[in-house]
Design a protein around this ligand. Structure first.
Ligand SMILES: [Zn+2]
Length: 284
């Protein structure tokens, strides 16, 4: 599940590699992936790519007057290949073939669901595109100042839900929220409106530190071509049953329908082990 750090490093590495390249042709083999038809994808033919920017967890592929917006959802990947895709590649959703070489920029999607999408927009329309217009402020590199952040988070919902809400703050998902809350020594179930000033400042630093640290790690560890699965430098998320990297207490987990939330009882919940939702459902 790509989140802000994974999208950022992908945008940087692939963006630098394709800047200046001219699109030769395009294909959209994923039936539902391309959500716009005007301008058509072929409007990119002969156009020079400027680079790739990131907004929240979205890519903005900058082609001058046009911008291709891509949302990977949970199982998409943006990759650059030296060879054209085989038509048998069932993961291909949108392809941009580059002129003068065999390179191909590919939106791929793994798994059975088709949820990743692309929209080709006129560049002035990008900010009013519905998903982008609804995004909260960026979580990194400069999240809102502490007072502003506290006001944003002052909701009667638990932190692990608020921080993953892209309308509140953009870029954090299921993996990095666990790492951030662990770093800040905050319970995932603490309500946003119960955060006091000092906790908010610590949380803000944890957001910057964890997301920035991951990007730095990727910057030194990764190069093109990017692997299908990026090695996420996580120490808490999906590390349940292992010792907490700070205090050695066993990391616990709460299991939901389709994901798992991990935390350290000593560092984050005053020793309390939170109810496992799977178990409580069975006991009803
Ligand atoms: Zn701990």
């Amino acid at each position: 599940m790509p989140e802000l750090p994974e999208v950022e490093i992908t945008a940087r590495l692939i963006g630098a590699a394709v800047a200046g390249a001219v699109v030769e042709s395009t294909l959209s083999p994923g039936i539902n992936a391309l959500k716009t038809y005007d301008p058509p994808l072929s409007a990119l033919h002969g156009v020079e790519l400027q680079g790739i920017r990131r907004r929240g967890k979205l890519f903005l592929i900058d082609a001058g007057e046009l911008t291709l917006v891509i949302h990977l959802m949970s199982a998409g990947r943006l990759q650059l290949y030296d060879k054209r895709a085989s038509l048998k590649d069932k993961t291909s959703r949108v392809l941009l073939r580059l002129r003068d070489d065999e390179r191909e920029l590919r939106l791929r999607e793994f798994g059975t669901q088709q949820r990743a999408w692309a929209k080709l927009l006129r560049t002035p329309e990008v900010e009013s595109e519905e998903t982008i217009a609804a995004l909260g402020p960026e979580a990194w590199p400069e999240p809102p100042a502490p007072e502003e952040l506290r006001a944003l988070l002052a909701q009667p919902r638990p932190l692990y839900a608020i921080l993953r809400d892209q309308h509140v703050i953009a870029g954090i998902g299921r993996s990095w929220v666990d790492e951030i809350l662990h770093e800040a020594k905050l319970s995932p179930f603490k309500r946003g409106l119960d955060l006091h000033d000092v906790e908010t400042a610590v949380l803000r630093e944890a957001i910057i530190g964890k997301l920035g640290g991951a990007i730095d790690h990727y910057q030194s560890a990764l190069s093109l071509p990017l692997p299908d699965k990026l090695p996420l430098p996580l120490t808490v998320h999906r590390h349940n049953g292992e010792p907490c990297p700070r205090c050695g207490t066993t990391i616990e987990a709460v299991f939901y329908e389709d994901y798992v939330m991990c935390y350290c009882p000593f560092c984050q919940t005053d020793g309390k082990v939170l109810k496992d939702r799977r178990l409580s459902r069975l006991l009803k």
